[in-house]
Design a protein around this ligand. Structure first.
Ligand code: DGJ
Length: 729
């Protein structure tokens, strides 16, 4: 049993292989207390931890100090406005204008497996793989019933949480805040680790001390965003890759989020994670239920590396649904950086022919194939093929590409509408906008109001009819601006606060419909690079475009941050041309290949125009991809050295689950003279196994390679790189 309940003591214990999570219910009024989360422990009854001083503070015994109780009690799902001054998990607005709410325990259910969350992406598992606890609670005064869900994925040391709230009263209630998880814990010496950035600089790791008060990351941009990421870890000050306590929190959602830590007067911490309350107000009619998205929690007592690998395994086994999850993805060539908007069938076929000669397997036609789209000022929404560029239409092009021997993929930006489009001229009210204000343009485009069912149907048919018209095997689903001017003519005054969440639900519905009608489609999500790289999207697409920045050096940091929590098989990574279109940096073609090998691998350049010397390397790189991709897709990932820290070189490795094989990649970002015996201590190997180092022909035991280390290959010049392949002998 992974979940147990001790009836007489009212204690729930949730165990994974290496962690325990304990919840205690108070005898009197049914407060749901958080007792413990951390390394696995044997005992269930550690409720003495809830003791809060000499005199019992439980209100039924000491009602005089009820205020102090609320202010200190470690709570599983803290209410609002009744004396707990820390961040609440839920807040409401009732018919009288009151905001107070307090969920109190009513019962529980335990089941094998995991119920789906209607309309939302979520982790999944069979009855053998996971078990779920539902704690039910209510606030009888405001007529709300709560279900707090906890699913235990024992094998990957993960507990997921989500919440449902039902209106059991007779009048509507507005939900103004619904967090998906809250966790009260001791402060110890934790730091806060987040992933932050910007366009072309997504998900760079940042570690900072936790001070008193509230510190958070969040998005109010309508998507998970380039800027901050729906992830937060509490990392013991001295924690390293392989030692120390780490609590990871990750949100399975693609819209606004809040991930916050609060340190209070007693130096305790409260973490909350959920939909950002800003601009959120959900009208809940009697008998209606609101389902909050899922939050993923993992604890590692052995450093950051274990947190990373727990999340990689969770997502590979229990979140990605695509049939491509365990399959090699076709090596693709995308024409965006090759041609931008300036292409036609002839150019694309020339690229396809050369690509075929080099072993590439799929051509992806990016932005610019529809309407009058010769720049980014127009035509979003008009998803009809531009026959001036593609004479004979899409089917002709796809058939020709297939005849050459390549698969075909296509780009869409389905959620958008250009002011200069037939669609906007016909339906100006389909754009998200506020009355009497001209909506803010970004990349000269507006966002479609996906809270309207007819808009969702239009978008779906527009995309699906293109896919039905030709043999399209891959879609890149892009989204190039963030949401603002939050107004919908459809929703009416009472429901404007629902727009952002309804928008996200509609994106999920669209991708659900698409993957159902085209089950073998390889879907890659994208948002102006990596602004919607989140677990919600991963549920629909097994890979997500990581960043518009394809510079090999910039990618070291972006991919390291991304791989902190996402499997390498999810990271869209391509070899592009130099000087790099964003940074102007020139790096060796081989290094661009080695860095892209840590992701889905493909090309983003005009293969007909690059030098013969570079073109000649493509078949070799494609061969490396085929040689290593099973290992990279399924293996355990280890960070060995980080250029962000040492400013000189980077090294990471992937080790097969059975420890029989490993691949390490080193990139020397800055060459330094007279560096004597630079060592790399490898990680993840079996100490007892003996390995052949393919490049040098030497053999050594795993313990030697990990403890004594190996000398870093001699690399000449800035940006030089090398692969080190180990095989058990
Ligand atoms: C942003 C994406 O990240 C790029 O790869 C490209 O598809 C452009 N949009 C096209 O507009």
């Amino acid at each position: 049993m992974k979940i147990t309940y001790q009836e007489e003591k009212r204690i729930f214990k949730l165990d994974t292989a290496h962690t325990s999570y304990i919840i205690g219910i108070t005898d009197d009024e049914g407060f749901i207390g958080h007792v413990y989360y951390g390394a696995y422990i044997r005992d269930e009854d550690v409720t003495y931890l809830l003791r809060t001083g000499e005199r019992p503070l439980v209100p039924s015994v000491n009602n005089r100090e009820r205020g102090a109780f609320y202010d200190t009690f470690p709570c599983e799902y803290p209410g609002n406005g009744l004396g707990d001054y820390r961040e609440s998990a839920v807040a409401i607005l009732d018919q009288n204008g009151n905001t107070a709410v307090q969920p109190l325990y009513t019962g529980y259910r335990i089941c094998d497996g995991k119920p789906e969350i209607p309309g939302l992406p979520a982790t999944f598992g069979t009855e053998k793989e996971c078990q779920t606890l539902e704690i039910t609670a209510e606030d009888a005064v405001c007529g709300l019933a709560f279900s707090l869900y906890y699913t235990v994925f024992a094998d990957v040391d993960v507990i997921t949480r989500s919440v449902r709230i039902r209106n059991t009263g007779k009048a509507p209630v507005y939900l103004t805040k619904v967090m998906s998880a809250a966790l009260d814990m001791d402060a110890e010496d934790y730091q806060m680790l987040t992933l932050c950035g910007s366009w072309a600089r997504e998900r760079v790791a940042e570690r900072r001390p936790i001070g008193h008060g509230r510190q958070s990351v969040g998005s109010t941009r309508g998507e998970s965003s380039h800027q901050e990421h729906p992830f937060l870890a509490l990392v013991n000050k001295h924690a390293t890759e392989d030692a120390g306590s780490v609590y990871g929190f990750h949100f399975v959602y693609s819209g606004n989020f809040l991930a916050q830590v609060e340190k209070n007067q007693y130096d305790s911490l409260r973490v909350v994670m959920g939909i950002h309350p800003q601009d959120f107000k959900w009208k809940l009619n009697p008998n209606e239920t609101f389902c909050a998205p899922e939050a993923v929690l993992t604890y590692s007592g052995s450093g950051l590396g274990t947190m990373t690998r727990n999340l990689h395994d969770l997502y590979r086994k229990h979140l990605i649904r695509s049939p491509y999850r365990n399959q090699k993805r076709p090596v693709l060539i995308n024409n965006w950086e090759a041609t931008y908007f300036d292409f036609d069938t002839k150019k694309l076929l020339a690229i396809a022919r050369e690509a075929k000669r080099c072993g590439i397997e799929m051509l992806v036609m990016d932005d610019g194939w529809f309407g009058r789209r010769n720049n980014d000022d127009c035509s979003l929404g008009d998803w009809t093929v531009n026959e001036e560029k593609l004479p004979g239409g899409l089917k002709h092009l796809v058939d020709e590409v297939n005849r050459i021997g390549l698969k075909f993929g296509i780009w869409f930006e389905p959620e958008m509408i250009s002011p200069d489009s037939e669609l906007y001229r016909a339906h100006p009210d389909w754009a998200i906008a506020l009355p009497e204000r001209e909506p803010v343009r970004s990349r000269n485009q507006y966002v479609l109001d996906l809270s309207r069912p007819e808009v969702v149907d239009y978008v779906y048919e527009a995309v699906a009819s293109v896919l039905r018209s030709a043999n399209v095997e891959y879609v890149k689903w892009d989204m190039n601006r963030q949401l603002t001017d939050l107004g919908s003519v459809y929703l009416g005054a009472e429901r404007q606060g629902e727009l952002l969440h309804r928008y996200v639900l509609a994106v999920y519905e669209l991708q659900e419909r698409l993957t159902r009608e085209f089950p073998n489609l390889l879907l890659e999500n994208c948002s102006g690079g990596g602004a919607r790289f989140d677990p919600g999207m991963l549920y629909y697409s097994p890979q997500i475009w990581c960043s518009d920045d394809t510079d090999a050096v910039e990618r070291l940091r972006i991919q390291e941050g991304t791989a902190m929590i996402y499997p390498l098989s999810a990271m869209g990574a391509h070899v592009s041309d130099c000087p790099n279109h964003i940074t102007g940096r020139v790096t060796p073609f081989a290094t661009r290949g080695n860095v892209a090998l840590a992701g889905t691998f493909g090309y983003e350049l005009d293969i007909t125009k690059i030098s013969e010397e570079e073109r000649a390397q493509i078949p070799e790189q494609v061969a490396l991809y085929h040689k290593y991709h099973d290992l990279i897709r399924e293996g355990d990932y280890y960070r060995i050295a980080s250029y962000s820290v040492n400013r000189e070189y980077d090294c990471w490795g992937v080790v097969a689950k059975d420890r029989s094989e490993a691949l390490y990649t080193c990139v020397q970002v800055t060459a330094r003279p007279n560096v004597h015996s630079r060592k790399l201590r490898l990680a993840g190997l079996s100490p007892e196994k003996r390995y052949l180092v393919e490049e040098s022909g030497t053999t050594a035991y795993g313990d030697t390679l990990m403890e004594a280390g190996i000398l870093m290959p001699e690399l000449r010049g800035d940006y030089a790189s090398a692969l080190i392949h180990l095989k058990e002998v």
